[in-house]
Write a protein that binds this ligand. Structure first.
Ligand code: NDP
Ligand code: GDR
Length: 374
């Protein structure tokens, strides 16, 4: 009697050597419709890759961030393809991997909202944790584990409760949400598959990164949209949760370049991408209002805190405990020294430029909506 070898592939695809395979430059992105997916697609198409993305079937339009790239495809056909799929569906992932035969896989797909993960803990664990395992196993099932380079969207949420600052690749993890716990599983399964099966698999431990394409329920975008609407008289007040939380905020465009760099190294390693600066939510709010010539005056304390426009005396910001989290990550501050040294990566866009770019985009969008309705 013999026991089957857990490391042997199920499918035997007719493959060239790993070196020849890499020259094909075919990328597969899960989470392609998200903020990072759209910037990464732009970057890879510019670099001459054929880009494939996994999209979820949705009753509403979910490819708005990719629209401009799709249009471009009339000029460069066959370079960009979307496939219906889901990180909760193993068979579907095996099918996509076998069909696309990617040389690089970027696993960006996730239920990525920390507050929502408290309400949808099991789902978040399934997609963000087990979904990563499913994608890794789909690669192995196809016998591509020595051919594919794998990027995992790990996160500074792994650090959670402050153990040390600044946080680096060697800082111990202490996640504070179902999202953080699911991503911790994903982090370790990536590490395990690298060690067990010799896969080129990396964790990019990325600190918060934002842009005009940031989802509207994350705090930065919620602020810039509201400030734009308030300045145009379309909204009266912005309601926020913990305005004392501090984050290390960079720009998504810089961070996707770091993802790509991680997959171009001689050996797979994990890297922190961060700016090395931290700012409270309150400061983001103040900076955003300043771009529309509003100075704030804060009053009250804790859940009673609010801010008035100094000129008009109107209350334009209020704390609303509904947005507090059952457990909070108070302070994130990353140390990107390893990425700077080994990848030659450095963020280019600073905090002030990030706020002003987001504000400009939301002012334009809000103003054009006014016209549409008129
Ligand atoms: P977004 O929330 O903007 O995008 C998430 C993507 O995942 C969307 O394309 C979404 O599809 C897709 N997705 C959600 N559920 C599933 C599923 N069940 N199967 C397949 N795809 C799914 O996130 P970001 O672009 O900001 O982040 C990208 C990744 O990086 C995420 O994994 C996130 O957790 C991680 N990360 C993000 C950081 C940040 O600051 N932005 C920092 C560190 C890590 P749909 O459009 O249909 O909803
Ligand atoms: P985060 O981002 O939880 O860091 O996760 P988010 O923008 O949601 O929150 C940042 C901080 O702001 C505080 N906050 C509020 N947050 C939201 N969303 N809405 C509010 O009204 C509000 N008021 C205050 C939060 O409490 C928190 O402290 C993001 C996601 O992109 C993750 O996927 C990623 O892994 C991490 O960044 C790094």
């Amino acid at each position: 009697m013999s026991i089957a070898d857990a490391a042997s592939p199920l499918l035997k695809l007719n493959l060239p050597s790993p070196e020849e395979f890499r020259n094909r430059k075919v990328a597969l992105i899960s989470g392609i419709t998200g903020q990072d997916g759209s910037y990464l697609t732009e970057l890879l198409l510019e670099k001459g890759y054929e880009v494939h993305g996994i999209i979820r079937r949705s009753s509403s339009f979910n490819t708005s961030r990719l629209h401009h790239l799709y249009e471009d495809q009339h000029e460069r056909p066959n370079k960009f393809k979307l496939h219906y799929g889901d990180l909760s569906d193993s068979t579907n992932l095996v099918y996509i991997i076998a069909q696309v035969q990617p040389s690089e896989v970027y696993n960006l797909g996730a239920q990525s909202h920390v507050k929502v993960s408290f309400e949808m803990a099991e789902y978040t664990g399934d997609v963000d944790g087990l979904g990563t395992l499913r994608l890794l196993d789909a690669i192995r099932t196809c016998g591509l584990e020595k051919h594919v380079r794998f990027y995992q969207a790990s996160t500074s949420e792994l650090y959670g409760k402050v153990v040390e600052t600044p946080q680096s690749e060697t800082t111990p993890f202490y996640p504070r949400s179902p999202y953080g716990c699911a991503k911790l599983y994903a982090y370790w399964i990536v590490t395990n598959y690298r060690e067990a099966y010799g896969m080129y698999a990396c964790n990019g431990i990325l600190f918060n990164h934002e842009s005009p394409r940031r989802g509207r329920t994350f705090v930065t975008r919620k602020i810039t949209r509201a400030v734009a609407d308030i300045s145009l008289g379309k909204q009266s007040c912005l309601y926020l949760g913990n305005i004392d939380a501090k984050r290390d905020w960079g720009h998504a465009r810089d961070y996707v370049e770091g993802m790509w760099l991680m997959l171009q190294q001689p050996e797979a390693e994990d890297f922190v991408l961060a700016t090395g600066e931290t700012h409270p939510v309150r400061e983001f709010v103040e900076k955003a209002f300043r771009t529309v010539q509003v100075d704030l005056e804060w009053s009250g304390e804790g859940s009673e805190e609010f801010a008035k426009d100094k000129k008009t005396g109107k209350v334009v910001v209020r704390v609303d405990p509904r947005y507090f989290r059952p457990a909070e990550v108070d302070l994130l501050l990353g140390n990107p020294a390893k990425a700077e040294k080994k990848l030659g990566w450095k963020r280019k866009i600073d905090f002030d430029s990030l706020v002003s770019e987001m504000m400009k985009a939301d002012l334009t969008a809000s103003a054009s909506l006014v016209e549409d309705h008129n």
